[in-house]
Design a protein around this ligand. Structure first.
Ligand SMILES: [Zn+2]
Length: 312
């Protein structure tokens, strides 16, 4: 009787273990996302538009939802980066027009009063369980998008889109290098080895050469934006941010594209308002330029060519 019972227990354990194995395998299958499809998190607070290009766009501060079920945050910044989610969508659409393929886009729909996904979870969610779940889903979506891009292309380029209201109307390009670090001469910057702590450290490791040139030389993102009428720092003309306020790149780019992320590089782009994100026309114009600039930068620095749209 006892032996039969033991056999039954073992059989149950085996069945349980095999059901666990099936369950454990499920997330891998679920990770296969269809480019162009939107995947929404719990309560639709997080949206992931799946892509098949190596670019991952993130939009943490453009959300507008203020559900009563989540208390207002009382510490840290709570202002929306106005129209930055619309800007991110315009940029994603522009890539589709140019290539017939999709970038990945991860967006938070919660207003920053409720959640700031560009902070570590404690400050981001202020201890609210619903906000914490949205934060977790947001960053899991970014990790999934980056992993999908790396699996397909062997690299991913992360662009975290924001809006600033600093006195100087220029794009602030945040590579996790602050003004003090960037205010050095090229020679001093290169010899300090600061590129190793930046969000383009993996790219620099692969390419070698002057780190300052990669950041603010003639084929830098800043140079490409400036040549198309959008003042930017760092760039050849605005090599050093100077003494005023400058956003150097926050939690998202540091976490997902920092030093410990082989095959992932990227930056935070802080956009001024007028001429960039204030009107639908200006957003469309900036999106066209930003898609061209990112295409040129990626093609100049990675063994990758963006596809052309299929002829109809
Ligand atoms: Zn922001």
């Amino acid at each position: 009787m006892l032996a039969r019972h033991r056999t039954f227990v073992v059989a149950c354990l085996l069945a349980w273990a095999s059901s666990l194995a099936v369950f454990a395998a499920a997330p891998a299958a679920a990770a296969e996302k269809i480019p162009g499809h939107a995947y929404l998190g719990t309560e639709r607070y997080v949206e992931y538009l799946a892509g098949d290009l190596p670019i991952v766009l993130t939009s943490p501060h453009g959300g507008r939802l203020k559900p009563d079920s989540i208390p207002n945050r009382t510490e840290g910044a709570t202002d929306i980066d106005a129209n930055t989610q619309e800007l991110a969508r315009s940029l994603a659409d522009e890539f589709f027009l140019r290539t017939g393929h999709r970038v990945h886009l991860v967006a938070s729909h919660l207003h920053r009063l409720k959640l700031d996904p560009n902070r570590e979870i404690k400050e981001a969610a202020a201890g609210n369980a619903t906000a914490e779940r949205a934060w977790t889903e947001y960053h899991a979506a970014i990790r999934g998008a980056l992993a999908a891009a790396v699996a397909r292309h062997s690299f991913a380029f992360l662009v975290d889109l924001h809006g600033h209201a600093h006195p100087i109307a220029r794009l602030e390009l945040g590579y996790a290098l602050d003004a003090k670090q960037l205010n050095r001469t090229d020679t001093a910057f290169d010899s300090a080895g600061l590129i190793a702590v930046s969000t383009i450290s993996d790219l620099h490791t692969r390419l070698g050469g002057s780190a300052a040139t990669l950041l603010r030389g003639p084929t830098s993102l800043g140079a490409l934006f400036a040549a198309r009428g959008y003042r930017a720092t760092p760039s050849p003309a605005d090599a050093q941010p100077g003494d005023g306020p400058f956003f150097s790149g926050g939690y998202t780019v540091r976490q997902h594209a920092g030093g410990a992320t082989p095959q992932v590089d990227g930056l935070q782009i802080e956009c001024h308002r007028v001429g960039v994100r204030d009107t639908p026309e200006n957003r469309a114009k900036f999106a066209r330029v930003a898609a061209e600039v990112l295409t040129l930068f990626v093609e100049a620095h990675y063994p990758f060519t963006f596809p052309a749209p299929a002829k109809k």
